[in-house]
Write a protein that binds this ligand. Structure first.
Ligand code: SF4
Ligand code: SF4
Length: 351
């Protein structure tokens, strides 16, 4: 049985993530443009968007507008082009945002719902898809923001389950589904109606040392330090992540790291160094939580004691790097980081 088949059908592993999305989600996103953003937008495609748009036309517009789908970093034009029309029967807008703090897909959906649903409808009509819906994550609490069950006559489907929900939900939908992020749909709408190229990304700036957590619409290429200045720091961050709490990469120099077209969040955290790292207490939570059915505790031990062959036999290379084990460990061991280092270290032995 393949990993993904097992993940979507046979696994009860993983954790239910309580979502720390407030207060960024409940506030409308703020524009954080440079003057270059405003000047550089604009191309002419000459299509009448009040009439149905064909797949070829949408593909051409997405290409002219340089739209990158934030959910997978792929050019939207390529995704549309590579989907055979006869094969697609479902088109889905992805607003799952299943990671703590991050609301950069659901926030634009709530504040630009008409535009996003119109772009979803253009795509669904062009593919003659029987089903279209918007996917959100169910385990979001506490939320002041009410997530509607229908937006502009399109169903909002709450995807329920354990992390990583974004992978589980979409693997279960099958190959007849075209999935596009809500931010990419908003960029598509602007391209079709206003001839705008994509020069911005929708980004959540949050974490336990951000004074004013917000969703911002930011010019691509803006240094991360400008975003931190915009939202304010209540104390010095111990680390900054570009990406997400579970999947992101560490930003070593916020002045030299820039926002990309597919950046979804910048998170800054302060760690109290009084907190000690403890030894494994053998609680087994990491084993219960691992969505790949691995034993992170044993993998950690094999890597730290340089037992590469044993680690490989235990499934080292099946780790998907989701960080669930580190997140849940009461001893605060960074299991995922060590396992990732082990993958790099022992990859030669594997080949
Ligand atoms: S990072 Fe790897 S070992 Fe840890 S929970 Fe995810 S898949 Fe399992
Ligand atoms: S969750 Fe942490 S403390 Fe518990 S078994 Fe795994 S490594 Fe050990």
């Amino acid at each position: 049985m393949s990993f993904f088949h097992w993940l979507t059908t046979g696994s009860s592993n993983g954790i239910l993530l309580e979502q720390e999305k407030e207060p960024a989600l409940s506030k409308p996103f703020l524009p954080f443009y440079s003057s270059a953003t405003l000047q550089s937008a604009g191309f002419s495609h000459g299509y009448d968007f009040t009439k149905p748009l064909t797949k070829a036309q949408l593909c051409q517009i997405a290409r002219l507008a340089n739209i990158i789908d934030e959910r997978d970093g792929k050019p939207l034009a390529e995704k549309i082009e590579n989907c055979p029309k006869q094969k697609i029967s479902v088109v889905c807008a992805d607003a799952i945002d299943d990671e703590p703090y991050v609301s950069s897909q659901i926030n634009p959906l709530l504040h630009c719902r008409t535009e996003i649903v119109q772009a979803l409808n253009w795509l669904a009509d062009a593919f003659e898809a029987q089903t279209r819906f918007i996917a959100v994550y169910k385990n979001m609490s506490p939320l002041d923001t009410k997530i509607p069950s229908v937006i502009e006559s399109v169903e909002v489907r709450s995807m329920e389950g354990r992390y990583p929900m974004e992978i589980r939900a979409f693997q279960s939908l099958g190959e007849d589904t075209l999935i596009v992020g809500t931010a990419a749909l908003l960029h598509l709408h602007r391209a079709v109606t206003q001839g705008k190229i994509q020069t911005t990304s929708f980004i959540t700036v949050a974490g336990n040392c951000i004074s004013n957590p917000r969703n911002l619409e930011v010019t691509i290429g803006t240094p991360v330090s400008h975003l931190l200045d915009r939202c304010g720091l209540s104390r010095k961050p111990s680390y900054i992540i570009q990406g997400s709490a579970m999947h992101g990469i560490t930003v070593s120099d916020p002045d030299k790291t820039s926002v990309r077209a597919d950046t979804r969040s910048i998170l800054a955290f302060h760690v109290d160094h009084q907190e000690q790292l403890y030894s494994c207490i053998g609680c087994g939570r990491c084993i219960e939580a691992c969505p790949a059915a691995l034993n992170p505790r044993k993998l950690y031990r094999c890597v730290t004691t340089n037992h590469g062959e044993q680690a490989i036999a235990l499934g080292l290379f099946h780790c998907i790097g989701c960080s669930t084990c580190s997140y849940i460990c009461p001893s605060r061991l960074d299991l995922s980081h060590i396992i990732t280092l082990g993958k790099q270290k022992f990859s030669k032995d594997k080949n």
